[in-house]
Ligand binder design. Structure first.
Ligand code: AP5
Length: 217
């Protein structure tokens, strides 16, 4: 299956992507994670992306698209993938469509995680991420056993720079203006499904897998 996850910052895309991708045995491709790796490692791509990410703006399309094209060309993505954080605007969606058409394939389904703004602000303010394995935690809703330490791998947990309150507000504006139009775009394409993404994480995973089941071949 070739799946895109869409939803506002803090909707739980990263949280759900890890479970859905592992259940379907397809790679999870998160543009945010790839950018953050590059920022941490000080690569040229990371240096290009850092200032946009810290402001909560989108990294320019030409940079993002080149990176995604390379990643989708890798062997493990040939039988399917789950995209988390891409596309992020209509031009990226058009480019993805063309790229897949050129490769003789197309998206199977786009899954929208529906959550209101108050909930995403609560989620982002308590988010912590593992530096080593990237497992996402929440200090109240999904706390690790030991403060600041990842239960999955023992790595150190950190708070993302773009989770500061004013940056979160700006990211939500960017979502509304640039990314939310994708919901109508994919509805027009006839491949959009949406689920309520509030409630316990495991229940949302169940809802997502049930919604995706009819698309599995
Ligand atoms: P990216 O990393 O993609 O950030 P985002 O879309 O803003 O999404 P988040 O990672 O903030 O949230 P999420 O939906 O994954 O939620 P999570 O699962 O962590 O992008 C970051 C930046 O990179 C962008 O701003 C941009 O600069 C750049 N970028 C990336 N892609 C780009 C592109 N295509 N084009 C241009 N630029 C791009 O959950 C949030 C918290 O809630 C966690 O603490 C979690 O534990 C908790 N939680 C999850 N589910 C629940 C639940 N059911 N109940 C309670 N808490 C929950």
């Amino acid at each position: 299956m070739r799946i895109v996850l869409v939803g506002p910052p803090g909707a739980g895309k990263g949280t759900q992507a890890q479970f859905i991708a592992s259940h379907l045995a397809i790679p999870k491709i998160s543009t945010g994670d790839i950018f953050r790796h590059n920022v941490t490692n000080g690569t040229p791509l990371g240096r290009q992306a850092k200032e946009y990410m810290n402001r909560g703006d989108l990294v320019p399309d030409e940079v993002t698209i080149a990176m995604v094209r390379d990643r989708l060309g890798e062997d493990d993505a040939q039988a399917g993938f789950l995209l988390d954080g891409f596309p992020r605007n209509v031009p990226q969606a058009e480019t993805l469509k063309k790229l897949l058409t050129d490769w003789g394939t197309r998206l199977t389904v786009v899954l929208e995680l529906v959550v209101d703004e108050d909930e995403v602000v609560r989620r982002l303010s308590g988010r912590r991420t593992c530096r080593r394995c990237e497992r996402v935690w929440h200090i109240l809703f999904d706390p690790p056993t030991r403060d600041g330490i990842c239960d999955a791998c023992g790595g150190e947990l950190f708070q993302r720079d773009d989770d500061r309150e004013e940056t979160v507000r700006h990211r939500l504006e960017v979502y509304t203006k640039q990314t939310a139009p994708l919901v109508a775009y994919y509805a027009d394409e006839g491949i959009l499904i949406g689920i309520d993404a509030t409630g316990p994480v495991e229940e949302i995973t169940e809802r997502a897998l049930a919604a995706l089941r009819p698309f599995a071949r």
